[in-house]
Write a protein that binds this ligand. Structure first.
Ligand code: GAR
Length: 205
């Protein structure tokens, strides 16, 4: 009998094109994963609508609705954990998870970042790469830790910077590479497993 598909919870804050790439991949049973829920830190976003259109459960926790950031983090942890995920994918989720979340879910949570770590961490990877004048940037998939885009690296893809790039054209080119990296790597993690040894992440048993 085939193994049950890996359970993915995906967290989003915006357009959700990375989420959509995962949803499309999961439509093939051979991919080995299924999105069991999508969560967000804001409502009214296309990322949530993409899940709703497929009848996938969603949840929203807005920081401003909680007495403290710690309370928000605890609620997020409870919601994500309630879906018993094998892997949590932060796909354009513009919040840092915290002290409640990390001990429970940190080891099985990955985040995609639009720069080649350790360069340009934070919210403005494409803008900072362009301003610095690098000729190659890219995207990084990493296991979340308590830093800003500092976790152990699972995968990276290089993307050239063109002379006439704007922040928008560069970010769009990065996102094409990012979606391919995410789909390929999440599928391998789901089907083959992964190990983390210090900063070294290996796919496969
Ligand atoms: C992606 O490029 C992702 O790496 C980035 O937001 C975009 C989301 O696009 N995340 C960050 O910058 C987090 N620091 P999407 O909503 O279309 O998937």
């Amino acid at each position: 009998m085939a193994a049950a598909p890996a359970r993915l919870v995906v967290l989003v804050s915006g357009a959700g094109t990375n989420l959509q790439a995962l949803l499309d991949a999961c439509a093939d049973p051979a991919y080995g994963a299924t999105v069991v829920a999508v969560g967000a830190d804001r409502d009214g976003i296309e990322g949530l609508a993409r899940a709703e259109r497929l009848g996938i459960p969603t949840f929203v926790h807005r920081v401003k609705d909680f007495a403290s950031r710690e309370d928000w983090d605890a609620a997020l942890t409870d919601s994500v954990a309630s879906y018993e995920p094998d892997l949590v994918v932060l796909a354009g989720f513009m919040k840092l998870v915290g002290a409640s979340y990390l001990p429970v879910l940190g080891r099985r949570t990955i985040n995609t970042h639009p720069a080649l770590s350790p360069a340009f961490p934070g919210m403005h990877g494409p803008r900072e790469a362009l301003e610095y004048g690098v000729k190659i940037t890219g995207c990084t998939l990493f296991v979340v830790d308590d830093g800003v885009d500092t976790g152990a690296i699972v995968a990276q893809t290089a993307v050239p910077v063109e002379d006439d790039d704007t922040v928008e054209t560069l970010h769009e080119r990065i996102k094409v590479a990012e979606r391919a990296m995410l789909v390929d790597t999440v599928g391998r993690m789901a089907r083959e497993g992964w190990t983390v040894d210090g900063r070294r992440v290996r796919l496969g048993g």
